[in-house]
Design a protein around this ligand. Structure first.
Ligand SMILES: C[S@@+](CC[C@H](N)C(=O)[O-])C[C@H]1O[C@@H](n2cnc3c(N)ncnc32)[C@H](O)[C@@H]1O
Length: 327
């Protein structure tokens, strides 16, 4: 890329990033800009999005869960509200931590091939304001992310590119982050290692701001249509700073979760509802993106009403909620 082309590319990214990071912009107003961002990264990445045969190529099962393939991780860029919420939330967390004396240190765990949550912010914060540690378990995805960042001229924003499992990675004392960001999750915190990653990293840096700040799974019942609010019967499980610290004594293969008694009559099957507080008031609600779609209960039990569901959160290579039905 020539200097002039590089300037034009950076200018385009600045314009997209300013819009998405603007706290006055509701997430729903950012569909156009997140679409532009997706087109921008797909145009500049060496990763080909052609053909669906590479969907599972390069995925892996870690001791803490499923790490999706580079192509599948790239497809996350096509979820506009998810991407807008995480980028706007990360921008707000960085802004709140800005320090005239030193750069804010951001640890980005599970960057995927586009480092999508960090790349736009490199266009609007200087390397003196923010330094990213870009971490990814798949070398191929990390290589794509590195080529994209350096190709666009943002290499100075990166303190280190690290290929490692974020669920077991040890943070060097001199690299303790101010902000930890990770979107390594699936609906109802199933399959992927978000809980194990946040837990491992946050106990090493308990003063850090977590993005997302909280992910809660509730028990409820979807309305008859998507525009009808879901009935909410209570919170089953939540991962946030306080719960991670409370789990420090938990050494087993499961984390505690709530028991909830179902109403006497069920109009429709109970579902798991995933709500994500990304940062402050930036929240992803039911149906906002694939991560917030109501999900059937583990094991799809036959339920008639009045049963008590006793939940636990199972760690390991297939993490997620488990439930015992007490009749
Ligand atoms: C859902 S994708 C998200 C990609 C990108 N952060 C985004 O938001 O668009 C999750 C990424 O995290 C990576 N990942 C999953 N588990 C990981 C782990 N334990 N350590 C490091 N990276 C991991 C996957 O390989 C994948 O690239």
């Amino acid at each position: 890329m020539s200097g002039l082309e590089g300037d034009a590319e950076q200018a385009e990214l600045v314009q997209i990033a300013r819009a998405i990071a603007d706290p006055a912009r509701p997430l729903s107003s950012l569909i156009g800009e997140t679409g532009q961002l997706r087109a921008f990264v797909e145009r500049h990445s060496h990763l080909s999005m052609e053909g669906s045969d590479r969907m599972t190529e390069g995925e892996s099962t870690l001791p803490s869960g499923w790490a999706i393939s580079p192509v599948q991780a790239a497809l996350c860029a096509r979820e506009p509200l998810r991407s807008a919420a995480f980028i706007q939330g990360l921008a707000a967390a960085i802004n709140a931590a800005l320090d005239a004396e030193r750069p804010v240190s951001v640890l980005y765990a599970g960057c995927g091939p586009f480092a999508l949550l960090a790349l736009p912010l490199m266009a609007i914060f200087s390397p003196l304001q923010v330094q990213f540690t870009i971490l990814e378990v798949h070398q191929e995805a990390l290589d794509y992310a590195r080529a994209l960042i350096e190709g666009l001229g943002y290499g100075a924003h990166v303190a280190a590119f690290v290929c490692a499992d974020a669920a077991t990675w040890h943070i060097a004392p001199e690299a303790t982050p101010d902000v930890i960001v990770s979107e390594t999750m699936n609906t109802a915190l199933g399959k992927e290692p978000q809980v194990a990653i946040m837990r491992n990293l946050f106990v090493q840096a308990p003063q850090a701001v977590l993005v997302p700040a909280a992910i809660a799974v509730h028990l409820g019942q979807p309305g008859r249509a998507m525009d009808e609010p879901c009935a909410d019967w209570g919170r089953i499980f939540e991962v946030n700073a306080a719960s991670i610290l409370a789990w420090q004594e938990e050494q087993g293969s499961a984390l505690p979760a709530a028991s909830i008694r179902l109403p006497a009559t069920l109009a429709r099957a109970p579902k798991l509802l995933t709500r994500i507080q990304v940062h402050g008031k930036i929240v992803l609600h039911d149906y906002d993106c694939s991560l917030n779609l109501p999900l059937h209960l583990p094991g799809k039990p036959q339920l008639t009403g009045s049963e008590t569901l006793a939940f636990s959160y199972q760690l390991g290579s297939t993490p997620g909620l488990a439930c015992e039905v007490l009749r």
